[in-house]
Design a protein around this ligand. Structure first.
Ligand code: GUN
Length: 291
């Protein structure tokens, strides 16, 4: 069994980006600039955004963190986004989700200029993805594609079962894997909460991508020998033995499934660490397109 190491791969990608930024600096050009908007004080969001800012520093990007109070109005946030859209110094930006309940997420995401939407959430970018046009692929699916490529996992003609149809993971993942591309050309089944006989379907899979958000859902009985297992789950489960009071659990029962798998991503340390590296990669792409 080969453990797919997301931490090591993510570190390698960040080194590659840092090398590109060094070259940009040597040519006396301005460096890429990523901005993040955080509304309110959600603990997990503050952690994620903090990590994104630190990653910018690591690779040599400029970064701007815009922290707004919880009671920021939708109009104020929309104005902030329009200012970022029009600011030529900012190559790309993200609005960290979830937003407070009084703000309409969709309205916010639709206001982000597609060419600065490095999260890849805007309908124009999702539409471009479905049409095989150059776009920003959202960080989690992009990170999974990168892991499959870098670990040379055969996908052409293989049966991939994606469990979960979310807009930011399952759906784009199913599209990417079916495309004519590296780590693509797969036969894809997308399963979800209404799927009947799920175990019979996952048992046929050469690759299972578990992205349903139920801790330890996928068990050894549900997978075939030598399958490749990608675990997208990141549920916080209360655990008093941990300093933080919780531990992060994936959608895969790692203990049993790892004994059958040819390759498997651990949680933590698999798909999760890839996402920030892919956000940086998208911002570098935005920078080059904007030059
Ligand atoms: N919240 C959790 N993950 C993400 C992400 O990838 N982008 C944004 N904007 N918010 C998130």
């Amino acid at each position: 069994m080969i453990l797919i190491d997301g931490r090591q791969t993510s570190a390698k990608i960040k080194e590659e980006i840092a090398a590109t930024v060094s070259q940009i600096k040597q040519q006396n050009q301005r460096v890429p600039h990523l901005a993040a908007v955080l509304v309110g004080m959600d603990g997990a969001s503050m952690t994620y955004v903090g990590a994104k800012v630190r990653a910018c520093e690591f690779v040599g990007f400029d970064s701007t963190l815009i922290e707004l109070p919880e009671d920021t109005s939708e109009r104020e946030l929309l104005n902030q986004i329009k200012a970022l859209n029009n600011n030529p110094d900012i190559d790309g930006f993200i609005v960290q989700l979830p937003l407070p309940n009084h703000i309409d997420d969709q309205k916010i995401l639709m206001t982000i200029a597609p060419h600065k939407d490095v999260d890849g959430f805007h309908p124009v970018n999702v539409g471009r993805l479905t049409l095989d046009l150059p776009t920003f692929i959202s960080a989690t699916p992009y990170g999974i594609m990168e892991l499959l490529e870098r670990y040379d996992i055969p996908t052409s003609g293989k049966h991939v079962v994606v469990i979960g149809r979310s807009h930011i993971v399952g759906r784009p993942m199913s599209i990417l894997m079916s495309q004519k591309r590296k780590a693509g050309n797969a036969t894809v089944t997308i399963a979800h909460s209404r799927t009947e006989n799920l175990a019979a379907i996952t048992k046929q899979a050469d690759i299972v991508i578990a992205a349903l958000g139920i801790p330890e859902f996928l068990t050894a009985e549900m997978v075939k020998e030598n399958a490749v297992i990608i675990d997208v789950g990141i549920t916080r489960v209360p655990d008093t033995s941990k300093k933080k009071g919780y531990r992060i659990v994936g959608d895969v029962d790692f203990q049993s499934v790892s004994k059958k798998a040819s390759h498997i991503t651990p949680v933590p340390g698999g798909v999760g660490p890839m996402t920030i590296a892919m956000l940086l990669k998208n911002n570098l792409l935005a920078y080059h397109r904007n030059l």
